[in-house]
Design a protein around this ligand. Structure first.
Ligand code: UDP
Length: 238
């Protein structure tokens, strides 16, 4: 059951942000040298690393799909990533998040171009302070691009919600746990296609529409940083 604390004081959030302000974003590619592609993404104190392996032949062979490539995603939260130690290994939440991350990424890939193969995406949360699934999607999308895998678009993601009666973007753990509603959102910004929309809580239709607009605007900001980081990578190659 969610409690309702005062999370907005004099128009500002407890970390000093304005309602529509994202935390500081940091992104970096090529952080795992053994992977075909990798990236790190930070929303403030939330740190996600994604590594991409493949496309590569899928074994055992009976798992192969003759017409398409299998995208496999694993979301994992490190035991030390949260205040109260998380017991290692998969749980109901990580199985769900692995699935929604896969569904958020799949529409951008040309999986039919790699029949019988697999692309494995590992999302590791090193530090969790809210919005880990969307940080994971941003990192994974960047890692897929870093691996040179053809994509229709990048996938940009963010969280939005309602705290102390105010609509906000990029929720911290404190805000998430005490929110009236929270929403995880991902899209292909150039294609204007939404690939993740998960909501918890209660909103009016007007509030939902405003939050969707805020989510799209925030994804645009994330997208700009993703593109900048990728361009810098290719500048380094020149
Ligand atoms: N959290 C935690 N322990 C857990 C799961 C979550 O402390 O076992 C915290 C963590 O900071 C996380 C936040 O609660 O970011 C919100 O979790 P939620 O399940 O809503 O997913 P997220 O917002 O991280 O995608």
């Amino acid at each position: 059951m969610k409690t309702r604390e005062k999370l907005i004081v004099d128009g500002k959030r407890l970390d000093g942000r304005l309602p529509e302000q994202l935390r500081t974003i940091e992104m970096k590619t090529g952080v795992v040298t053994r992977a075909n592609g990798s990236a790190l993404m930070k929303f403030g104190n939330t740190i996600a690393i994604a590594s991409v392996h493949g496309p590569r032949a899928l074994f055992p062979r009976h798992l192969q799909e003759s017409e398409t490539c299998l995208l496999r995603c694993r979301y994992n939260m490190a035991p030390f990533s949260v205040d109260e130690r998380k017991s290692p290994g998969p749980d109901r939440r990580s199985v769900e998040l692995s699935k929604v991350i896969r569904l958020a990424l799949e529409p951008t890939l040309f999986l039919e171009d790699f029949p019988r193969a697999t692309i494995d995406v590992y999302v590791e949360i090193l530090q969790a302070d809210g919005s880990t699934r969307v940080a994971g999607i941003n990192a994974a999308s960047l890692a897929l691009a870093d691996a040179g895998i053809p994509m229709r678009d990048l996938v940009a993601a963010c969280s939005v919600g309602k705290i102390s009666g105010t609509l906000v973007v990029d929720l911290t753990a404190d805000e998430d746990n005490n929110s009236e509603a929270d929403l995880a959102f991902a899209m292909l910004p150039s294609k204007k296609k939404i690939t993740l929309l998960q909501m918890d809580g209660i909103l009016t239709k007007e509030e939902l529409n405003k939050l969707l607009k805020l989510a799209k605007d925030s994804c645009e900001k994330v997208y700009e940083t993703q593109k900048k980081v990728l361009k810098e990578k290719y500048k380094r190659v020149e």
